[in-house]
Write a protein that binds this ligand. Structure first.
Ligand code: ATP
Ligand code: MG
Length: 271
């Protein structure tokens, strides 16, 4: 069972073909199957993550991208939060500092890639360098155009060296973003999240969708695929992401190592 849409390499993929309001086989939020599915997958995830950590042989990098209010924080809280913090980390990428800008754009991302045994979630990522940077025209076109190939090569290198990479785009509609921004304004407990910059970015909605579409088309590979998760319904988004993580980790198939001491029956624990 798979809920997220995998972007096939070299396809004429169109974001607008994907229904942001999709709810899969579930009737709605209160469908008892929803809670069951999520609880099952979170339990499986916990077990798989422990094996990955114990094994110390492979790593997993999950790139999370979305428009503002798209739900990155919600996913991190509800799907990633319950995992063991030993071996699971989140790296957030804000607008680059002057030091970061003085390096190539992959430098800060590479530095936060996972160690063997770990899972790292990128909350925004090196992809901002072909998204916001493209929309706001922050580097010249010829330079930007070359970056898609760098991104693919970087991920191939990580994969060759033992790091699985998957990339997730939480896909919300323009109307849903408006609703969520309005909620932030109306609800005093959410108002601290409201930023005027979000309104400015919202004006570039169309350009961002085009930038995402191009990035997903050009950088979805069999080694490091992009998945589009319909994210207007928060509960469905969480179920989709949890499912995707379970499928990815099951495919990686981490195993508990045999132990460092040889035959355990030869070891006597003193009284
Ligand atoms: P929140 O959900 O808390 O708002 P956020 O990820 O939107 O989280 P912000 O601090 O609001 O965090 O925004 C980070 C900003 O940094 C985004 O607008 C993003 O586009 C921008 N940014 C990230 N990477 C780059 C980059 N390489 N170049 C330019 N801007 C970037
Ligand atoms: Mg923001």
């Amino acid at each position: 069972m798979r809920f997220a849409h995998r972007v096939e390499p070299d396809s004429h993929f169109r974001l607008s073909d994907i229904d942001t309001n999709d709810h899969g086989p579930f009737s709605g939020k209160d469908d008892p199957e929803v809670a069951r599915q999520l609880a099952d997958d979170l339990a499986r995830l916990g077990g798989l993550q422990e094996r990955l950590y114990a094994e110390q042989r492979q790593a997993l990098l999950v790139v999370l991208q979305a428009m503002d209010t798209g739900g990155k924080d919600g996913v991190l809280r509800r799907v990633v939060g319950p995992l063991d913090s030993r071996g699971v980390h989140v790296a957030s990428f804000k607008a680059p500092s002057s030091d970061e800008l003085a390096h190539d754009y992959l430098w800060r991302a590479h530095a936060r890639a996972p160690r063997r045994g770990d899972i790292v979630f990128f909350n925004r990522s090196q992809y901002e360098d072909v998204l916001v940077v493209r929309v706001l025209d922050l580097v010249e076109k010829a330079r930007l155009k070359r970056r898609y190939a760098h991104l693919v090569d970087f991920e191939r290198m990580l994969a060759d060296e033992g790091t699985r990479v998957i990339k997730i785009f939480l896909h919300i509609s323009r109307e849903e973003q408006k609703k969520r921004l309005q909620e932030r304004l109306d609800d005093p407990t959410k108002r601290w999240k409201f930023e005027l910059a979000d309104l400015e970015m919202r004006q570039h909605w169309g350009a961002f969708q085009e930038a995402y579409e191009e990035a997903l088309r050009k950088t979805s590979t069999t080694t490091a695929p992009w998945y589009v998760v319909p994210a207007d319904r928060k509960w469905y988004r969480d179920v989709c992401v949890a499912r995707l993580l379970v499928e990815t980790l099951e495919d990686m198939n981490p195993q508990f190592p045999p132990g460092k001491l040889g035959d355990p029956s030869r070891i006597v624990i003193p009284d």
